[in-house]
Design a protein around this ligand. Structure first.
Ligand SMILES: [Fe+2]
Length: 434
C-alpha cells in the first residue's frame, strides 16, 4: 500500500504528465482546427482544452472554501452537463462559439495548470482531496480519448501526430474460443489505487459455464456478416437498432465505404483498404448484437468479460490487468501511448493475454457487453452528476482502446455509451453458452 506522501508524489507526476499529453495532442493543429465541430456528437478541440481545465476548477471549488471560478463566461461555455454549476451550454452548439477565443482558452489552460500544480506541491492534502484530484486527472484522460475520436472525424490523416509508430507483427493465431468455468465470481476493482465509484464495491456474481472468443471480432469476420446481407435482414436486429439502420441508412461500420467493389475505411492513416486482421472498430451496440445473432452467439455480460480478462484460475486470484498487476506498457497493449493510431492485428500482443489466454482485452477497441450500465449492489456515489446520473439506457464497454491513456485503464474499468454511438473506438468479442 502506498504511503500518503508517495501517493501525493504520484498525484503530481500524473497531473504533470496528463497536462503535457493534452497539449501534445493538439500541438500540430492549425488555429482554425480548434474551433470547428464537424458533428453534434463531437466537440471542438478548443472546448476539450477548456473543459478539462474547468473540471479542475470544479474540484478546487469542492476543496477550497469560497473558491471563485475564473470567469462566468468560461464556466457557461465549458460546463458539459453539471446542473449544480448552472445551465450547461448546448452540446451541439459548441462549434458556434468564437468566444472564449483559442488564445484565451490556452491562457486559461496554463493558468489552471499552475494553480493546481501549486496546490499539489504545497498543501497537505487529505485523502478525499487527493482522490478528487485523481478523478480530475482521469477525467482529463477520458477527454484525451474523446479528443482523439474527434480528431479522426475532423481531420483523419490530415492530423499530424507528434509520434507515429508501426503496429507489432501479428503472430500465429491460437484456438478461437476458451472455456471458462462458471460459479461465483467477485467482480469490481480489487486494488488500492484510484478507481471510479462505479467499479465498486466488489461483489459476487454467479456465472454459468461459457466459451469466450480468444480475439476480438476481426474486420474479416464482420465483413462476412455485411456481405451475407446482415444489414438487410430485420431478424438479426433489435427493434430500435433496425429503425436506426433504416433511418440512418447504415450498411456497414462507421467510416466504411465500398469503392469499386472493395471496402475502404478512413482513419488517421488515410483512406485505406480494410485490414481483415484488425479488430472491427466503429460499430454500435446494435451492430455488435446483430452480428452475434447472425453468428449464433451473444455478447458477454460484463462479469463474464471481467472474469475472462482478470481471473487467474490456477492461483485462484484476480489481477488488475489481464497479464497481472504490472502497469500497462507498449508490450502489453495498444493504448494511446503506443501511438499506432489504429487497431493492431489480432494476436499482435501475446504479452498482454489474460490468464485464460484471451488476447487484447485491454487496448485496441472497447468491447461492448450486454450489461446495462447501472450501479453495483451497494454503490455509493463518489461525485455528484459524474457517473450515476447516466444509469439508464446505456450499455457497458470494457477494456480501453488505442485512444485510451495507459494510466486510466484497468480490468475493472466500466465505460458506457448509448446503444447507437459508434464514433468511439468500439468493437466486441462473442461468447457462447456451453
Ligand atoms: Fe467531461
Amino acid at each position: 500500500m502506498a504511503t500518503v506522501s508517495e501517493q501525493k508524489l504520484n498525484l503530481l507526476q500524473q497531473f504533470n504528465e496528463t497536462r503535457t499529453r493534452t497539449l501534445k495532442l493538439v500541438q500540430t493543429l492549425e488555429k482554425d482546427d480548434f474551433v470547428v465541430q464537424t458533428a453534434p456528437f463531437m466537440s471542438p478541440p478548443k472546448w476539450h482544452l477548456g473543459h478539462v481545465s474547468w473540471l479542475l476548477e470544479v474540484v478546487m471549488s469542492k476543496t477550497i472554501s469560497n473558491y471563485e471560478f475564473y470567469s462566468q463566461e468560461f464556466s457557461e461555455y465549458l460546463n458539459s452537463y453539471y446542473h449544480q454549476f448552472g445551465e450547461p451550454h448546448d452540446k451541439d452548439k459548441r462549434g458556434l462559439a468564437t468566444r472564449p477565443t483559442v488564445d484565451q482558452v490556452f491562457e486559461y489552460f496554463h493558468m489552471i495548470t499552475n494553480k493546481v500544480a501549486n496546490i499539489l506541491q504545497n498543501d497537505s492534502l487529505d485523502e478525499k482531496t487527493q482522490q478528487l484530484f485523481f478523478m480530475a486527472i482521469n477525467h482529463e484522460c477520458q477527454h484525451q480519448e474523446l479528443l482523439v475520436y474527434d480528431l479522426q472525424h475532423l481531420l483523419a490523416d490530415r492530423y499530424r501526430p507528434l509520434t507515429k509508430n508501426s503496429a507489432p507483427e501479428q503472430l500465429k493465431q491460437e484456438s478461437q474460443t476458451i472455456k471458462i468455468n462458471g460459479g461465483l465470481y467477485k467482480m469490481g476493482y480489487p486494488g488500492d489505487q484510484f478507481c471510479y465509484d462505479i467499479e465498486l464495491p466488489e461483489h459476487n456474481v454467479y456465472l454459468n459455464d461459457y466459451k469466450i472468443d480468444t480475439y476480438p471480432i476481426t474486420n474479416m469476420q464482420y465483413m462476412k456478416f455485411v456481405d451475407d446481407g446482415g444489414y438487410d435482414d430485420f431478424k438479426y436486429w433489435l427493434s430500435d437498432g433496425w429503425d436506426k439502420i433504416q433511418n440512418e441508412k447504415w450498411n456497414a461500420p462507421m467510416y466504411w465505404e465500398k469503392i469499386d467493389g472493395e471496402w475502404i475505411t478512413c482513419d488517421f492513416h488515410g483512406k485505406r483498404r480494410i485490414n481483415p486482421n484488425e479488430a472491427v472498430c466503429h460499430v454500435s451496440y446494435y451492430e455488435a448484437n446483430a452480428y452475434c445473432k447472425w453468428a449464433g452467439k451473444r455478447l458477454p455480460t460484463e462479469a463474464e468479460w471481467e472474469k475472462a480478462a482478470c481471473w487467474d484460475e490456477k492461483n485462484q486470484l484476480k489481477t488488475i490487468f489481464p497479464w497481472g498487476n504490472e502497469s500497462p506498457d507498449t508490450v502489453h497493449a495498444n493504448l494511446l501511448e503506443s501511438y499506432i493510431w489504429s487497431c493492431a492485428e489480432v494476436g499482435a500482443y501475446p504479452n498482454g493475454k489474460s490468464h485464460y489466454g484471451c488476447h487484447q482485452m485491454i487496448g485496441d477497441v472497447w468491447e461492448w457487453t450486454s450489461s446495462e450500465f447501472s450501479g453495483y449492489p451497494g454503490f455509493k456515489t463518489g461525485f455528484s452528476e459524474y457517473n450515476d446520473k447516466w444509469f439508464a439506457n446505456q450499455k457497458v464497454l470494457r477494456g480501453g482502446s488505442f485512444g485510451t491513456p495507459s494510466i486510466s485503464i484497468r480490468g475493472s474499468y466500466r465505460n458506457f455509451f448509448r446503444l447507437d454511438e459508434r464514433w468511439l473506438f468500439a468493437g466486441f468479442r462473442c461468447v457462447k453458452d456451453v
